[in-house]
Design a protein around this ligand. Structure first.
Ligand code: PMV
Length: 332
């Protein structure tokens, strides 16, 4: 806890524990999908990753927060429903807010509107904490830099560090023990023709949180030693693919990266498996389409759902093959 307080103090400087300047805030943050995954922490309190990672944000999916300062107690609403103050979800938020305030200094009524299912491997905590940090920045009148916001969002959930921008974003692992060099930055690449297709196979809660699953993988998988090498290799190739607009390279790297992450988890003991039977059958269907000349690639996070990447000119064929797909144009 001390380390987390220190990290917040380092970012806020003179604003740390100073009275808030505003009573209300409103912010939105997009969710992000990693094409080179973050899997494994070098510090679990500060959510410092062992490797860098690269994502693309989903402009139409995310979390919108409205915050109103109150004098009594925190209350959290998700999509209009008041949540049980004793729930893990609310406790996690309250613990995060406590990093920014003296005891009883202020409380907040927090309304979160999220258009993705919570805890189903669709990065709900990433956009949630990123939006929360943007809201706090407004309440405090802190005028933080993007780097500061990214560091604070990371303290809520690692992948939240990447949810402050649209487009491609890279989160630098950093080396310092205080995490002051572990933050994300937007990348200058755009890809007008790029589409994401969300194949939601289950919206129920994931069986194991990514936090627990990462720790377990590091402790028990012999394949984990290879993961940092894989990431280094994949990041370099992704930069090449993005700079050159090479979709086949981009797709191959993102799919291989996700499957390597899952293979590493499967090789831990007891094994961690986020695949449902439907996940496997859909993977086969995607591979069959590719075999038939349709360039479509897939990634999967800590849940059974799949995210497909393809270009504008294959859209019609992909929609015919997967009528249930939720289509999202990633760049406008
Ligand atoms: O930030 P967390 O603890 O929810 O972990 C995210 C882990 C993955 O989604 C599987 C990978 C990633 O880089 O987003």
């Amino acid at each position: 806890m001390q380390l987390r307080q220190e990290a917040v103090r380092a970012v806020l400087g003179a604003h740390y524990h100073a009275p808030l300047r505003n009573n209300q805030a409103h912010a939105f943050a997009p969710t992000n999908i990693a094409v080179c995954k973050y899997w494994g922490k070098r510090d679990s309190d500060l959510h410092l990753p062992l490797t860098s990672s690269l994502s693309v944000s989903v402009p139409t999916k995310g979390a919108e927060v409205s915050m109103q300062i109150t004098e009594q107690q925190d209350s959290v609403y998700l999509n209009g429903q008041r949540l049980d103050p004793a729930s893990d979800f609310v406790q996690r938020i309250v613990n995060f807010l406590d990093l920014f305030r003296l005891p009883h200094a202020w409380y907040v009524r927090l309304e979160i509107k999220m258009n993705i299912p919570v805890a189903a491997g669709l990065a709900s905590s990433a956009c949630g904490f990123a939006a929360l940090v943007c809201g706090l920045n407004q309440l405090g009148g802190w005028n933080l830099t993007d780097t500061g916001l990214s560091i604070l969002a990371r303290l809520g959930s690692g992948s939240a560090a990447r949810s402050l921008w649209l487009g491609f974003v890279e989160w630098h692992a950093g080396r310092r023990i205080d995490g002051s060099d572990s933050y994300a930055e937007p990348l200058p690449y755009r890809w007008e023709q790029l589409y994401l297709g969300i194949l939601e196979l289950s919206s129920t809660h994931k069986p194991l949180s990514s936090r627990v699953a990462m720790e377990h993988t590091i402790k028990t998988s012999k394949l984990y030693a290879n993961w940092p090498l894989q990431v280094k290799h994949d990041l370099a190739l992704l930069h090449t693919a993005l700079a050159q607009g090479d979709f086949a390279l981009f797709g191959q790297v993102l799919e291989c990266n996700a499957l390597t992450m899952h293979a590493t988890m499967l090789s831990s003991w007891p094994p961690i498996c986020y695949f449902l039977p439907e996940t496997i059958s859909m993977l086969h269907k995607i591979w069959e389409l590719r075999h038939n000349g349709i360039p479509v690639y897939v990634t999967q996070d800590a849940g059974p759902n799949l995210k497909l990447f393809f270009l504008d000119d294959s859209k019609a064929k992909i929609v015919t093959a997967f009528p249930q797909l939720e289509l999202i144009k990633l760049f406008n």
